[in-house]
Design a protein around this ligand. Structure first.
Ligand SMILES: NC(=O)c1ccc[n+]([C@@H]2O[C@H](COP(=O)([O-])OP(=O)(O)OC[C@H]3O[C@@H](n4cnc5c(N)ncnc54)[C@H](O)[C@@H]3O)[C@@H](O)[C@H]2O)c1
Length: 447
């Protein structure tokens, strides 16, 4: 390849970016600004790569680790399912070096050479792994939703602050220029006064009843269940579909909601809502998944903005269209001057000029990152706050937990986002749902 072809000029690069951006609905002014500001500052030498341990070697863990291996070395893998750990060790063998295999995350934390943890365990394990990482002084990329309960968030924030570790929440939409553009425009009143946000989330699974089966060889079912009460092994409770059980997660309200409710809250710029009300539109099948699959919840913020999160059956749980002409997952912002629609594939507005007109100098700017894992590793080196820090992860997970609590209690809730407590009628009962009983030894003292 000639050097002429290899080194493209800045001008032609901007032109190419603009074309790519136009295809994705991104305006040229924003793409050009991004080029200058959102590129990773990371400059790693060949011997300058953090040693990383992957904890939770299922689908997302292996995807995160594949992403991270651009920037660091996967030196250990840990899982309570020996088959998953072995498969990950094979996948991340590099140059003849096979990652060490662990079945107890506490043993990973004893390894002084490991600097970074990728935590891709199921939701009911996130906090215990993050607390263990903080105690050991290791930085952590923790999958979303950051916590299982709002109370867990307080423990994680205090541990992260105390030990000064970097924690990036795995809400990668925070490192997407498309979502950032939408949020910056909304924050700068491009839509006039923001009135309504509608978040569509894929409907969850409504299936059952299920029956118990012998625990598969190699799976430590007791350890997998962790803080939750123990039950006989039911395959649907375990890998992948754990997210449709309230014991381990919160259905698509917390699964997809951790992404899209986070973006809605980013655009609003407030810590949380002051009221929450909603209802499921179907009931779970007895003996089947327990999380509501079809629902609508409305959060109202102190500034009067309404944020409705509702499920759509036109989308699969993976976010792909079941009905091409139906309602896609994504976020619609509506204000007095028009609307903006954004999802992982597109951004559109009621008037194209709402997107194509540059924001003025001095406009409010949001944290610029276009590479979530790259931003994390960058912050591991610089010790600067990452794009989705612990407080952000906690507050956005809290939105989803509040939505779930409103669905489960079936009544309107009043919330004080400063004190992080329910207020008003029935507060005593609802405040009990901020935490859960944790089975020993898998509680806050686990590590
Ligand atoms: N950011 C994203 O877009 C995205 C996408 C998918 C999943 N996720 C999140 O990633 C997490 C994992 O989801 P998944 O789909 O990969 O689930 P999964 O069931 O495929 O994988 C979870 C793995 O963790 C293991 N595990 C359970 N308890 C453990 C423990 N104490 N120590 C070590 N390993 C343990 C399980 O055995 C399993 O291998 C979830 O919190 C989910 O919300 C994020």
């Amino acid at each position: 390849m000639s050097t002429k072809n290899f080194f493209i000029s800045r001008r032609s690069f901007i032109r190419r970016c603009s074309l790519a951006g136009a295809a994705a609905g991104l305006p040229a002014w924003f793409m050009e600004r991004d080029l200058a500001e959102a590129a990773p500052t990371l400059k790693l030498g060949p011997n300058d790569r953090p040693a990383i341990a992957l904890v939770g070697c299922g689908g997302q863990g292996r995807s995160d680790a594949s992403n991270a291996k651009r920037l660091g070395d996967i030196v250990a893998v840990c899982d309570v399912d020996a088959g998953h750990a072995a498969a990950a060790a094979k996948q991340f063998t590099n140059g003849g070096k096979t990652p060490a295999i662990f079945d107890d995350v506490r043993k990973v934390m004893e390894r002084d050479d490991i600097q970074v943890i990728i935590n891709a365990t199921p939701d009911h394990w996130h906090t215990m792994v993050n607390l263990a990482a903080a105690k050991a002084g290791k930085d952590v990329y923790s999958e979303k939703p950051l916590t299982l309960t709002i109370d867990e968030g307080h423990h994680v924030i205090s541990a992260v602050r105390k030990s000064n570790i970097i924690l990036q929440t795995g809400t990668q939409q925070r490192s997407s220029s498309r979502f950032r553009l939408a949020c910056e425009l909304v924050r700068n009143q491009r839509l006039g006064q923001l009135q309504q946000i509608t978040v569509w989330l894929p409907a969850g699974l409504r299936e059952g009843p299920f029956s118990s089966k012998p625990t598969p060889a190699g799976l430590n079912w007791d350890f997998w269940q962790g803080q939750t009460h123990t039950v006989d092994y039911v395959p649907q409770r375990c890998h992948l579909t754990f997210r449709y059980w309230y014991d381990y997660s919160g259905g698509t309200m917390t699964d997809w909601g951790a992404h899209h409710n986070d973006i809605a809250r980013w655009a609003v710029g407030l810590a949380g809502p002051v009221t929450i009300e909603g209802a499921p539109s179907t009931q779970p099948i007895p003996g089947g998944y327990t999380a509501f699959s079809d629902y609508e919840v409305t959060f109202t913020y102190a500034n009067g903005v309404r944020h409705t999160a509702k499920s759509t059956r036109d989308e699969s749980i993976y976010g792909s269209a079941v009905n091409e002409n139906g309602q896609r997952n994504g976020i619609k912002f509506e204000g007095t001057n028009g609307w903006i629609w954004v999802n992982r594939e597109e951004i559109e507005a009621s008037d194209p000029a709402l997107l194509s007109t540059p924001l003025p100098a001095g406009a409010t700017r949001l944290y610029a990152s276009n590479d979530h894992m790259g931003n994390f590793i960058d912050c591991v080196r610089s010790r600067k706050p990452p794009a989705a820090d612990v407080e952000t992860g906690h507050r956005s997970a809290s939105m989803c937990h509040l939505g779930v609590i409103a669905l489960r209690l079936g009544r309107k809730l009043e919330w004080d986002p400063a004190r992080e407590k329910f207020t008003g009628e029935g507060a005593k009962e609802s405040n009990k749902m901020l935490s859960r009983e944790m089975r020993k030894p898998f509680d806050y003292h686990f590590a």
